[in-house]
Design a protein around this ligand. Structure first.
Ligand code: PDD
Length: 295
């Protein structure tokens, strides 16, 4: 069974969805995107994802006039799985010539598809395996705050990590950690949590901001500041975060164990808080269903 995808106003089987070769997303990576998990139809940090999409669209000057929530709802209903992630991409559109200069009033190309996922951190937290990582030079462009589709540097960073037998690349720009190839980064030193400041070299993660809220509510201090690469060596804990992975412990960096090489106590605490947040999302959804009689 082919998944059903959305392309420019239509829902079609994936193998029938085709993009013109002159689409600027295809030619230049002139496009932005989001990846949004939905658990039982409820979007994880949906408003934050939509705000970040708007931020990316504004930054590159693409105007999108579309009811995205309705689009997501239809897409999810057409595809199997209680939990699905939606990939949404908006490119500037198609032009007859391959030219950097873009015309006014182009019709953006909108593509979305969904795929089944598990809830991040589903199940017993003591079964969560630590992630192995290596540091890699951050070779991305200067506007990583825009969630743009040109991900070649991320692809190569992850390839470098895999060639070294590691699962994740931690990116280093001029001696400072920025984030992972597709995730944000946290460090724990002597019971205090740190995460790199968000600027044009980092993507403001929706999961990162949730973790900051959860930590604050639990009275656990977290400081946003530039983090020198060397601090990885002494860190008591390292975590990565993203919508699809939640918050995971990094237990090895550049072949060396992080502290004792097992997930740390503060990670366990924040992972429990994250799990509770996910459970509350589901409960709220059931309540809404009851109230609207759609259960
Ligand atoms: N990536 N930093 C980068 C470079 C990312 O690509 C991502 C997410 C994040 C975390 O953002 P969030 O918590 O909102 O998912 C940080 C998605 C999952 C992806 O590209 O697949």
């Amino acid at each position: 069974m082919q998944p059903i995808v959305y392309l420019n106003g239509q829902f079609v089987p994936m193998n029938q969805a085709e993009v013109p070769v002159m689409d600027r997303g295809f030619l230049f990576g002139d496009a932005v995107y989001e990846v949004i998990p939905f658990f039982n139809g409820v979007g994880f940090r949906l408003e934050q994802h939509l705000q970040r999409l708007q931020y990316s669209l504004d930054a590159v000057g693409i105007t999108l006039d579309l009811d995205l929530k309705a689009l997501f709802e239809q897409l999810l209903a057409l595809n199997p799985g209680p939990h699905q992630a939606v990939y949404l991409q908006v490119s500037r559109g198609v032009m007859p010539q391959r030219t950097l200069r873009y015309g006014e009033n182009l019709q953006p190309s909108v593509f979305a598809y969904s795929y089944p996922i598990r809830m991040a951190l589903e199940g017993a937290l003591d079964q969560v395996a630590g992630v192995t990582a290596v540091t890699v030079t951050d070779q991305r462009w200067g506007r990583c705050d825009i969630k743009a589709t040109g991900l070649l540097a991320n692809v190569l960073a992850l390839r470098d990590a895999q060639q070294q037998g590691a699962q994740e690349a931690l990116l280093v720009r001029q001696g400072y950690l920025t984030e992972g190839a597709s995730c944000n980064l946290f460090l724990v030193e002597r019971g205090h949590v740190y995460t790199p400041l968000m600027d044009t070299h980092t993507l403001a993660g929706t999961t990162r901001s949730l973790l900051l809220e959860l930590l604050q509510a639990a009275g656990i201090d977290c400081t946003e500041q530039p983090i020198a690469e060397q601090r990885l060596q002494q860190a008591d804990e390292v975590w990565i975060s993203s919508s699809t992975r939640g918050v995971l412990p990094v237990t090895q960096v550049n072949g060396q164990p992080v502290s004792t090489g097992v997930p740390g106590p503060l990670w366990l605490r924040v992972a429990q808080l994250f799990q509770q947040f996910e459970q509350q999302m589901l409960v709220k959804n059931e309540k809404n269903d009851d109230e609207t009689g759609t259960a």
